[in-house]
Design a protein around this ligand. Structure first.
Ligand SMILES: Cc1cc2nc3c(=O)[nH]c(=O)nc-3n(C[C@H](O)[C@H](O)[C@H](O)COP(=O)(O)OP(=O)(O)OC[C@H]3O[C@@H](n4cnc5c(N)ncnc54)[C@H](O)[C@@H]3O)c2cc1C
Length: 416
C-alpha cells in the first residue's frame, strides 16, 4: 500500500512540476489562468505517459497495470480538457480589449508557427482521444491512432518552445515524455531485456486453444499463479511468429521455472500461434498483475468466462484452497469443454471447491440464476475474469444485487 501511495504522489508531483515552476510568475487574471491551464495540461499529459510504460516493477509499485491504465486515462483526459481551455481562456482575456487579437488566438488561419503548432497538436490529440473513447476500433488500428498522441505531444511541446524557448517547465515535461516513450518503445514493444524462453511442448485442449510449455533459456521469471506475462513468439524450425508482445496469463508454473500458457485464437497473432511447434524462440516480460494475490480471508466466488479461466486454473494447479470457493466456468461449448475434466477432478479432490460448468450464449440468465441462489452472496469476495462485455454485465448485475464494490475483483483481458 505504501509503495502505491509513494508512486501516486511521485506521478502527481511530476504532473504538477511544469506548472509549479511558473506559477509565481503568473498574474491573477484570465491570462494567468490560461497559461496555468496550458502548463497543467502539458504536465498531466507528459506524466500520464509514465503510466503506459509496462515495466513490471513500476506496475507492481503502482498496484498493477490495470490501475496504472486507469490513472493514465484519467490524467490524459483531464490534461486534454485543460489544453482545450487554454486557447479559449487566452481569447477570453483579449476579447474585451480587442476582439481581433482575441480571434487571432483562435483562428486556424493565423499563419504564425506558434499558432499552427498549437492547432495541429489539438487536432491530432482530438483524433487520438476519439480513437480511444469514441470509436470502437480493432486493437491494431486503435494502437496506431493512439500513437498519434505522441506526435500531438511533440507538436504541443514545439508550440511551448516557440512561445517561451527552453525553460525548466518545458524541460520537465519534455524529459518525462521522452523517457516514457523511449522506455515503452524499446523495453515493452521491442522487448530489450526480455527473458529468452523456448517452446518445449504444444498441446491443443480444444480446437481454438493452444497450450504452450515454455522452457527458460536463462534465469526464469519469478511469477505467482494468476499473474501474466507479455510474450512474443519468433522463429522455429517451420514457424515464424508475429514477434509482437501480447499479454497472457500463465496457466501453470513448474518448479524448474517452465511456464504454461493457454492461448485462444482471437485475432491474427493468436490464430497463427495455433500452428506453433516445439523449438520456437520466445521472449517474455513480466511478471504483471495482482489479481488473485493477497486475497482477504473470506468465502469466494470465482467467475471465469472462456479463456478467462487461466488465472483460476494456475491457482488450482499450484495450491489447495483455503476458503470455500464456488466456481463458475462460463463457456460456449456444449461438449468437449477445455479443462472441464481437470476442474471436475479438482472439485472431487477438494471439499472446499464447488464447481459449475455453464454452457451459455450471450444471455447470462443461467449464471445469474445460480448466483441468486448463493447464500449470503454479498458477504463473499467475487473474482471475475473474461472479456470486457461479459465483465461489465456481471459487475452491473452484482452491483444491482447489493454487492459492495470493494468485494468485486477482476482481471480484464483487454488493455486500452
Ligand atoms: C491481462 C491479460 C491477460 C490475458 N491472458 C490471456 C490468456 O491467458 N489466454 C489468452 O488466450 N488470451 C489472454 N489475453 C488476451 C490476449 O492478450 C489477446 O487475445 C491477444 O493479445 C490477441 O492478439 P491478436 O493479435 O491475436 O488479436 P487482435 O485482433 O489484435 O486482438 C484481439 C483483442 O485482444 C486484445 N489485445 C490484442 N493485443 C493486445 C496487446 N498487445 N495488449 C493487450 N491486449 C491486446 C484486445 O482486446 C483486442 O481487441 C489476455 C489479455 C490481458 C490484457
Amino acid at each position: 500500500m505504501r509503495s502505491i501511495a509513494v508512486s501516486v504522489i511521485l506521478v502527481i508531483f511530476i504532473a504538477l512540476l511544469p506548472a509549479l515552476t511558473v506559477i509565481s510568475s503568473l498574474s491573477l487574471n484570465v491570462l494567468g489562468f490560461s497559461l496555468l491551464s496550458g502548463w497543467l495540461g502539458t504536465g498531466l499529459i507528459a506524466a500520464s505517459l509514465l503510466l503506459m510504460i509496462r515495466d513490471p516493477y513500476w506496475a507492481s509499485w503502482f498496484g498493477g497495470l490495470q490501475q496504472m491504465y486507469r490513472w493514465h486515462h484519467g490524467m490524459g483526459v483531464l490534461g486534454f480538457v485543460l489544453l482545450l481551455a487554454h486557447p479559449l481562456l487566452l481569447a477570453g482575456h483579449y476579447l474585451p480589449l480587442d476582439p481581433d487579437i482575441a480571434w487571432e488566438y483562435l483562428s486556424p488561419l493565423n499563419p504564425q508557427s506558434i499558432n499552427i503548432l498549437g492547432w495541429l497538436a489539438l487536432i491530432i490529440f482530438t483524433l487520438g482521444m476519439a480513437a480511444t473513447f469514441v470509436l470502437h476500433l480493432p486493437y491494431g488500428m486503435w494502437r496506431r491512432f493512439h500513437m498519434l498522441l505522441v506526435i500531438a505531444i511533440a507538436l504541443g511541446l514545439g508550440h511551448i518552445w516557440s512561445v517561451s524557448g527552453f525553460s525548466i517547465s518545458l524541460t520537465a515535461a519534455l524529459l518525462s515524455a521522452a523517457i516514457s516513450v523511449g522506455w515503452r518503445l524499446l523495453r515493452a514493444d521491442r522487448g530489450i531485456g526480455a527473458r529468452p524462453y523456448e517452446v518445449s511442448a504444444v498441446d491443443h485442449p480444444a480446437e481454438d486453444i493452444t497450450e504452450v510449455n515454455l522452457r527458460p533459456l536463462a534465469r526464469p521469471i519469478s511469477i505467482a499463479p494468476s499473474q501474466f506475462v507479455s510474450a512474443a513468439f519468433f522463429e522455429g524450425p517451420h514457424f515464424q511468429g508475429c514477434g509482437d508482445f501480447h499479454p497472457y496469463t500463465v496457466s501453470h508454473i513448474a518448479k524448474d521455472g517452465s511456464l504454461t500458457l493457454s492461448i485462444k485464437a482471437l485475432g491474427d497473432c493468436t490464430q497463427h500461434i495455433q500452428s506453433l511447434e516445439p523449438g520456437v524462440a520466445v521472449r517474455l516480460q513480466g511478471p504483471y498483475g495482482n489479481f488473485l494475490l493477497d486475497r482477504p480471508i473470506a468465502p469466494e466466488v470465482w467467475i471465469a468466462a472462456g479463456v478467462g479461466l487461466t488465472p483460476f486454473l494456475a491457482l488450482l494447479r499450484s495450491q489447495s484452497l483455503t476458503q470455500h470457493t464456488e466456481m463458475f466456468y462460463v463457456h460456449r461449448e456444449s461438449e468437449s469443454v477445455p479443462y472441464e475434466e481437470e476442474l471436475q477432478r479438482f472439485a472431487t479432490n477438494q471439499a472446499l471447491l464447488c464447481f459449475h460448468s455453464l454452457s451459455m450464449t450471450n444471455d447470462l440468465t443461467l449464471l445469474f440464476t445460480w448466483l441468486e441462489n448463493i447464500d449470503n452472496l454479498n458477504k463473499k469476495q467475487v473474482y471475475l475474469c473474461g472479456p470486457p462485455p461479459f465483465m461489465a454485465k456481471v459487475t452491473k448485475w452484482l452491483r444491482e444485487h447489493d454487492m459492495p464494490g470493494q468485494q468485486i475483483h477482476f482481471e480484464q483481458f483487454d488493455f486500452r
